[in-house]
Design a protein around this ligand. Structure first.
Ligand code: SAM
Ligand code: FES
Length: 353
């Protein structure tokens, strides 16, 4: 095995920090032996902090209308083949009720940037959910908004916010997004969410077009310094009706490698084994857990809209009812020695460890 890579893995485990240059070398040093070496460490650290528990988040994809035009995204504004929908408040509350029965204690409201959901309407929904389910956490993943808006949603009861930074390299960001979208604003949003007091998640797609070891090193350095509570990474998967539809998907191996690196860097972080990972390999999510992930996000959206929230081609779990999705994931986790738990699944801070 390459001694330099082993030394970098050991250093990361020890110091939870590397230089940009070291991250770039580590990113390129993946071999089957090095993956085994880092995977074993990532599993051990994850077990010391979170045991064999896997936290579950009930994902409610509540609107696929979006004002944005991200070049990789299947629900981008210019995709006229996308069949648009918006769930009603009552439909969302029904998803929560079904999810609660099934043991979910975190609901994630995810959607495109849909102007219908202004602060007033969203705050009303958040208050209703938090009032009905006082032992549950509510996560929002609805893109870029003003600081005032984030504050209002937080005051209404939202606990967490997922906003992937997508890439920490400004030039790379500008290649993946249209001119009207701004890298600086995305970063500003992340800082503001943290200042307000949300548990914040950032993240990126593995293998996105024009990604290089250097841009990945920037992602890792950014994540190290931002020190998020959650970090969502999953493979880029092309969607046929987008400008990037002819690019290759990210790979299983690279995603697993990066999951383990992130676990060593931020031992306490909440790290999902994503649906995208399950889409590129039938055992992707199980392998994600074995690489150091500790969260899964089964779908709670009504089956009637599942296929319409198609961010990328061949997305899995579009035909199953919530109960089947949860049961399927429970079996999958059990098969590798882990178990789904009924718990809000908050991040364990260093002082609690
Ligand atoms: N609108 C919100 C936002 O921008 O954060 C949330 C919804 S957005 C669809 C959620 C995430 O999906 C994005 O942050 C992006 O990383 C991921 N995504 C979009 N298109 C994808 C693709 N083709 N392959 C993999 N992930 C994708
Ligand atoms: Fe808006 Fe993807 S472009 S959610």
């Amino acid at each position: 095995m390459n001694r330099d890579i082993i030394a970098l893995i050991d250093k990361l485990e020890d110091q939870h920090s590397l230089s940009l240059e070291e991250y770039a070398i580590l990113v390129q040093g993946r071999t089957p032996e090095a993956m085994e070496y880092i995977g074993e460490k990532a599993r051990r650290i994850r077990r010391e902090i979170y045991g064999t528990s896997v936290y579950v988040r009930g994902l409610i994809e509540f609107t696929n209308l979006c004002r944005n035009n991200c070049l990789y995204c299947g629900i981008r504004r210019s995709n006229h083949h996308c069949d648009r929908y918006r769930l009603t408040k009552d439909e969302i509350l029904e998803c929560c009720a079904a999810g609660y029965e099934l043991g979910f204690r975190t609901f994630v409201l995810q959607g495109g940037e849909d102007a219908y959901w202004n602060d007033e309407i969203l705050c009303g929904l958040i208050r209703q959910i938090k009032e009905r389910y006082q032992d549950c956490a509510l996560t929002l993943s609805i893109g870029e908004r003003s600081r005032e808006s984030y504050q209002k949603l937080y005051d209404a009861g939202a606990d967490r916010y997922l906003l992937r930074h997508e890439t920490a390299d400004k030039t790379h960001y500008e290649k993946l997004h249209p001119a009207e979208m701004s890298f600086d604003n995305r970063m500003k949003c992340l800082m503001e969410l943290k200042e307000i007091g949300y548990q914040v998640g950032c993240g990126f797609m593995v293998g996105s077009p024009w990604q290089t070891p250097e841009t990945l090193a920037e992602d890792l350095k950014f994540i190290e310094e931002f020190s998020p509570d959650m970090c969502g990474i999953g493979p880029f998967i092309p969607h046929k009706d987008t400008p990037l539809g002819n690019h290759d998907a990210g790979t299983l191996e690279e995603t697993l490698w990066l999951l383990s690196i992130i676990r060593l860097m931020l031992p306490h972080v909440l790290l999902p084994a994503t649906t995208a990972l399950g889409t590129i390999h039938p055992k992707g999510r199980e392998m994600g857990i074995l690489a150091g992930a500790n969260v899964v996000m089964p779908n709670l959206s009504p089956v009637s809209v599942r296929k319409k929230y198609e961010l990328y081609d061949n997305k899995i779990c579009t035909g199953d009812e919530a109960a089947e999705c949860r049961a399927c994931l429970a079996r999958r986790m059990q098969s590798v020695g882990y178990e789904l738990v009924t718990d809000r699944g908050d991040v364990k801070r260093k002082r609690n460890f």
